[in-house]
Design a protein around this ligand. Structure first.
Ligand code: TXA
Ligand code: MG
Length: 333
């Protein structure tokens, strides 16, 4: 199958919407990362998604909706705190887990009795969802275990020949996936840290437990290897003198004949002298925005070791740390 990257003109959006309605797959931009969409009513579309990604089929998909009117078609038992979260944060980088309506095929939810739902805010995603008129199940549009794609070319690198269309919406703003909140119980719990911070959520819905990664059964996807480039990734704890520790590790790797690169805030780049660096911009928002992109760029530029600066554990920093733990397999400098 030939894979075409399409500009999001009205005509291309109509064409992609038709493909989705008919059971085909389309990759599309969201404000977090690119998604690989299929018609959520059709079990075969879900099967095609698992196949294209090489994803284990017990790892459920998020159902993407255009507006709140569609929520009752897929989800049930919406608690009052979830309505407040929806009012405040959607459309946007928030996924909520609710009781599932029987109409949602078990293939979409990994046979769980719950369904994850999200309302993306990216204008291309919204136009596509509106035009196709059906709920769209979509995981991130990467090959399973690889970093999530934040530009159309990275989708193409992983899925060329396996899907017909990629809608090109440029570079995804946030760069890490949505925050997942379990809203199937009396109290909300965070299952995956992401683009929306714990602090922002707690402002609206009160204190939230962040479910530990070891409680994997609650968010099946978190048990699998994730976000890993070919290069070996290590990351530093966040402390004032972390550049010295990173330089030491870099020099050891170089002495062993490795080709390392450091991911650092742009303002810190001068601390690394003439060592190879990738600048992550001036804020933790830009660090998140560039993280998956640069993990892939490191492979393209044939770096075999990535040494990432640590970030403070709050706001978007918590999501960055979570992704670094996963892509490094927990290797700390
Ligand atoms: O930002 C995002 O959320 C992106 C864009 C494309 O929307 N999507 C995304 O999907 O990151 P994916 O499939 O890569 O990650 C979805 C995660 C998985 O870890 C999965 O296990 C979890 O959501 N999940 C899905 N349904 C669930 C459910 N019913 N209960 C608990 N976790 C669920
Ligand atoms: Mg993913």
């Amino acid at each position: 199958m030939e894979t075409r990257i399409l500009q999001p003109t009205p005509e291309h959006i109509r064409q992609c919407a038709q493909t989705l309605t008919d059971g085909g797959l389309v990759a599309f931009p969201t404000e977090t990362v690119y998604g690989l969409g299929g018609n959520a009513w059709l079990p075969d579309a879900a099967k095609r998604i698992y196949e294209a990604k090489g994803r284990p089929c017990d790892n459920p998909l998020i159902v993407h909706l255009y507006d709140r009117g569609q929520l009752d078609e897929v989800a049930c038992r919406i608690p009052a705190y979830a309505v407040r979260l929806l009012d405040r944060f959607t459309p946007g980088p928030l996924t909520l887990v609710f009781g599932k309506q029987a109409a949602v095929p078990p293939e979409v939810t990994g046979r769980l009795s719950t369904v994850a739902v999200r309302f993306p805010s990216h204008p291309v995603a919204r136009e596509l969802l509106r035009a196709c008129g059906v709920p769209v199940c979509a995981p991130s549009a990467n090959t399973s275990t690889r970093p999530s794609p934040t530009v159309a070319r990275h989708v193409y690198d992983d899925l060329q020949g396996k899907i017909p269309y990629i809608l090109d919406g440029g570079s995804c703003d946030i760069g890490v996936e949505s925050t997942i909140v379990d809203a199937s119980g009396d109290r909300p719990r965070i299952l995956r840290l992401g683009g929306l911070s714990r602090e922002e959520l707690e402002d609206v819905a009160g204190k939230m437990e962040v479910v530990r990664q070891s409680q994997v059964a609650l968010c099946p996807g978190m048990k699998y290897k994730h976000y890993a480039p070919k290069a070996n990734v290590l990351f530093s704890a966040y402390y004032s003198d972390m550049a010295a520790g990173i330089c030491r590790r870099y020099d050891e790797a170089a002495a062993e004949g490795k080709n390392p690169v450091i991911l650092c805030l742009s303002d810190n780049a001068s601390k690394y002298g003439n060592r190879n660096v990738m600048r992550m911009g001036h804020t933790y928002q830009t660090y998140a925005h560039r993280l998956f992109y640069n993990l892939r760029a490191a492979d393209e530029q044939r770096f075999d070791t990535v040494l990432a600066e640590g970030v403070p554990d709050g706001g978007i920093g918590a999501a960055i740390i979570n992704r670094l733990i996963k892509s490094s397999g927990g290797q700390i400098i």
